[in-house]
Design a protein around this ligand. Sequence first.
Ligand SMILES: *[C@@H]1O[C@H](CO)[C@@H](O)[C@H](O)[C@H]1NC(C)=O
Ligand SMILES: *[C@@H]1O[C@H](CO)[C@@H](O)[C@H](O)[C@H]1NC(C)=O
Length: 390
Amino acid sequence: MPATIFLVAIISIGATSAQTGDNAKSLVTDLFTTNKYQKKVRPVRDQNDLLVLMVDFHLIGINGVDEASQRLTTTGYLSTLWKDQYLEWDPTSYGGMISINIPQSYVWKPALALQNGFTKLQELGSSVINVNINISGHVIWEPYEVFESKCNIDVQYFPFDHQTCNISFIDWSHHAFEVQIQEGTYGIVTDELEDDGVWTVISTKLYHDTFDLESRLTYSVTIKRTPGFYVLNIIVPVILLGVLNLFTFVLPADSGEKMGYSITVFLSFAVFLIIVNSELPKTAGSIFGQYMIFQLGIALFTVCVTAIQLRFHFRTDPVPRLLSAVMACRCKSKRKITDRNENEKSDRDIDESKLEETWKDFISFLDFILFWVSFLVVLSFTIVVFLKLS
Ligand SMILES: *[C@@H]1O[C@H](CO)[C@@H](O)[C@H](O)[C@H]1NC(C)=O
Ligand SMILES: *[C@@H]1O[C@H](CO)[C@@H](O)[C@H](O)[C@H]1NC(C)=O
């Protein structure tokens, strides 16, 4: 009888300690051999009866969210309870033994499966998992798994986003009129939840849907990204580089540094983008991604404008009248200062000074305008983006 010996060896003795190994042996022999237990048969004596599964979901951890493949990985276990009418016994015949633990493969169990799973459909549980059976035939089975479920991940508000993901369980091989999945006493339990560092669970919800043929339990988990890392390592540097870029317009063209400076800032942006790329969600559509492109665009604009400015800066021909007229307002204020200093200057002199406008003056005037215009554009865009995000 090697099979029986094996069976007995893997049995651990239940809650109370007054029983002997022989009690356990005979209990198992009686339940599974003498009574001809068939794990293929749904354990209700009247096969028209419904078998009710009470399921609690214990969420242990959020392992990760993969934006590109729209996947949520969680660790947890289902605490499942049902009544097996073929596994009842009278404790007095077995030294008062009121419960036993035996490997899950010995008893009937529901074909619970993750409905919105990411990998191929597989039954929960493994051969190392035991079930606990008590005298009234109540079976407790707690399959521990790493669940990979599909989830629609919307990165629009990255890194201030939160995601709601469903984890659905069904009994894949029984109809709803045979096995009904119902929520247990606790529903979804997050007491044992381990902090993940990036994602925090902010709320959970439970849906119980019964369709004609299938009974489904859905655990909906809303998680929130902790933005700290992304703010410090991506958002702040992008804003700082943006500020640096504006200062291209502060450098005078004569310094000879203007072009080199703007190119350096542009390259810093490009290199930085490559570095942070690995930290960003690999999907399009985040507002922050668009903001980075906007900043890159401004940097590119600065480089082009600087190149053109330098070209005109060294021209010696007179500035067209139109441009002089545009500068008139600024010249007027200049003139006032001149007037104050040298009040003897005649109207004729002033007219002359107007004619003296050079390209150099115009470029410096243009720098002034461009600095403030791009400052205001970047500032307002930044404010709008962060208001939208938060
Ligand atoms: C067996 O376990 C179930 C579930 O924990 C419980 O409801 C039931 O009362 C237990 N039966 C006995 C006789 O203790
Ligand atoms: C989750 O499942 C419930 C019930 O099936 C459904 O009403 C809800 O819209 C689902 N939520 C998501 C985010 O898919």
